[in-house]
Structures are given as structure tokens and as C-alpha cells.
Design a protein around this ligand. Sequence first.
Ligand code: SGN
Ligand code: CA
Length: 520
Amino acid sequence: MKISRICQPLAGTILVGAACLSCAKKEARKPYNILFIMTDDHTAQMMSCYDTRYMETPNLDRIARDGVRFTNSFVANSLSGPSRACMITGKHSCGNLFYDNTTCVFDNSQQTFPKLLRKAGYETAVIGKWHLESLPTGFDYWQIVPGQGEYYNPGFITMDNDTIVKQGYLTNIITDDAIDWMENGRDRDKPFCLLVHHKAIHRNWMADTTHLNLYEDRTIPVPETFYDDYEGRPAAAAQEMSIDKDMDLVYDLKLFGTGMDSRLMGSYMYNVDRMKPDERAAWDRFYGKIADDFMERGLSGKELAEWKFDRYMKDYMKVVHSLDNNVGRLLDYLEEKGLLDNTLVVYTSDQGFYMGEHGWFDKRFMYEESFRTPLIMRLPDGFTRRGDITEMVQNIDYAPTFLELAGADVPEDMHGVSLVPLLKGEKPEGWRESLYYHFYEYPAEHMVKRHYGVRNDRYKLIHFYNDIDCWELYDLENDPHELHNLYDDPAYSVQVAMMKDELRKLQEQYDDPARFSWHI
Ligand code: SGN
Ligand code: CA
């Protein structure tokens, strides 16, 4: 898809007539800035603009209230590195060749939207989590955390490939650095595209010590599907991401000092040993009480599983709280500096997450909670669309969106589609009716089997492959929690065939070699 400029500069020409006057007005408009905030593992269930059951996120809600909320936003591969590669290239994993977190290094010589924006005259920067293994390219400025990053007194890799340690809590530091770059670092003669990419809310959900006491008085009911038995879904049964069985009492739930053994003790110690003495004292005081209480209770069975769920939710919420505050700081900065109305502010996550649904934490599956990702935007002047956008969108769409917004061409080989027409309130004809998904990281942590699939507004078809050959079909209208696999139900043979056709079509369209490995 090519975007052509409607208005060419007419140097030295006297403009007469309404059409030309509006043309001249458009040319006078300053190019839009882009502030792209992305978090890690932040799921829509934990944002009050999407879901009011659990917690309040007033600053994120500000973005949605003043702008738009996508209600059908998805990723292409629900894992950090791959998701970031899809986002930055506008291509599915089969197109950018970054399939998983464990074996891949991103080929940083390939085409990405920051490189194209730079060519179009933008100043580009990324601050925070990167997770693509090779160093960032296409940025005028970058400062990234190594790998997953550390919550406390974290390391950063600088542009001269040095590792430095900064003092403080990571979510605050990333925001400080982002504001500092906007204020002092950038070339003010150019529009900017700044990627603020947080480690929060990634495992093991370590809150800022100043927020430890939040949410402690809340009673949080387990979700409806917490006790899922995975009947008819062998791949779902095979995972290792159960709150009950796999969530670690020391590393994840911070029950240190109880004499309890933990496979992840080293990881826990690595993280808490980074704290300054006052931080560590506050931490140990808070979790020490919880550990004492836990030991006294002597929980087992369902009670233990629900206790773990409750602690997980509370820790996660504390980390979100900090994130929400820091998003507020960024919005305030833009407002104070008069930049807000000329900036597209995007908030999303690298994928969704399970908050106890199916009994899980983590992501990876093409089931709704982790296939979806939150997406809200505050729109700059000239974009009047507000409220919900219900079309199916995917993280491969961000790259073409930013390019179109910048007035740059969208390369033909990008798989994604610009969201700009949706942001303008148009109802573009022929909008996609189905989405493609492919997850590759197996065998690996959490043991979610490889799978690809297709989803339309009613059905979802998934094929788990590799050391399993298992198909699943869900009727999302009648079974929104995806508990009943209809694939072998003769009453659904027509839907199975229809979805297989669609899957084949998408695998051809995106040139995914997986299309050669199965037969109808
Ligand atoms: C780490 C976590 C996993 C998580 C992956 C991927 N383990 O390995 O629980 O699934 O990251 O997450 S931990 O013991 O290191 O916390 S991703 O968001 O980066 O893809
Ligand atoms: Ca993630």
C-alpha cells in the first residue's frame, strides 16, 4: 500500500480558491510526534479502561477517555522478543525471522519503521526494554536494559555499548530518561518518535517499595476458569504455567526466609541483592510478615492455590500502579510543554497475560487472554475519532500506522495495515476479517507447544504441532472462555473446513512455510 502526498509544496505560487487554501493550511501543519509506550505482560484485565473488576489505572484511562480504545487488538506471536520484532518490522515472525526468545538474534540490518521514519526526517529514540538480542539500529538515541532488565538499581546498555547501573526503580528511571530526552536530548527542529518500553509488569512482579502496602485489603475472587480441567485440550493440559503447580513460592511470591527450598532461589536473590539497604529493609519487613502468616496457616490444596492467586494479583497490581503513575508523568510533560495536541500517544503491551484464567500466569497461547493485547491511543489534532474501535487489529499494524502518520510510504512487503483510516473515523472497505497467529518457542520454559491458528469474529481454529498433532476449534460467541474444543464435533465440520481455508489463505498471504506442513 502506498500513501501519496495529496499536497505538494507550491513554492512561489499564489494560491487562489478554497481548495488551494486548505492545501496551504495542511502544509503549514507541523508533522506529528509519536510517543509509543509499551509495557511487558500488561493485560487488559488489569486496566480499568478495559475491565473494572480488579484495579484503577487513572492515567491509562485518561488516554482512552481523550482518545480511542481498540476492543479487538491482538499480537502475532505472544512472546516478548518475537512480538517486538513483529511490531518494529510490521511483519509476522515468518517475515522478520525472529521466532522465539531463546534461539534467535534479530537481524538488525532489516527494514524497520524507526529506520523509515528517520529517512522521513524524524528523530527516533528507544528507552527501556529491547529484548531483540542484537543492538538497536535506526535510532538517533537509545538506552536499553540488558535482556529482561532488573526492577531495582538496574543495568542499562548505552549507545557506546557500555553497561552502566542507575539508581532507583526501573519504571521511574525509564520515564525520567524519556522526559530528559524529550527536554534536552532531541533535535527540536525535527518531529520525534520516542519508544518508551517498560520492563513492568514482567515476572517476578517486584513493586516499588513505596507501593508495597497498596491493595492489601482487597478480596479478589478467582476467575471463572481457574479450575479448568483442560478436557479435550491436551496442549492446554501440557503447559507448565499453572499458578497452583508452577508458581514459585520464593521467586514469584517472595516467601524468602521460611526455610523453603526453591528452584529459583538464585533468581530471587539476584534481584533482591540489587536493592539498597533501606529498600531491602522495607521489602523484608513487608514480605517477612506475609511469610510468617503463610507458615501459620499451613495451607494446602485449593486454599493454597487461591492464596497464591491472591498474592500474585496483589503484587502485579502494585507494579501496574507505578506504571500508571509514570504514564501520567509523560502525559503531564507533553501537556506542560504544549506537545500533547501534536503527538500521537500509543499505549500497548507486548502481549496479554493470564490473571488466573485457566489456572495460569504467563502467556504464549493463542487463547484470548494472551492473544489479545491492550491498545489505546490519544490522537493528535485533526483526528476526531473517539471511543471504541472494534475492527480487528494486530501489532504488525503499528509500523504502517506510524509511517502513514508521518507522511512516509508504507513498503509493500509489510504485512500490517495502517490504522490511520480508523483513527480518522473512516470505515475502510475490505478491512481484514481474520487474524493469523504463530507461536514457536517449544520446548522451552512453560512448555507451551508450537501452534498456529486463525481467528475471525466468531471462530478460532488452532493447530498444535511438533511433538503433538492436535486441532482445536472454538465458537467464541457461545464459548468465550474457550473450554469446549469443537474440532471433532460433526456439527461443526463446515466451520472447520471454512477456518482451514482461511488459515491456508493467510499462510499463503504471509508466506509462512508452515503451510507446507499440514494437509486438509
Ligand atoms: C522469563 C520468565 C518466564 C517468561 C519469559 C518470557 N521466567 O524467562 O516466566 O515466560 O521470561 O517472557 S523468569 O524466571 O526469568 O522470570 S517475555 O515477556 O520476555 O517473553
Ligand atoms: Ca512480555
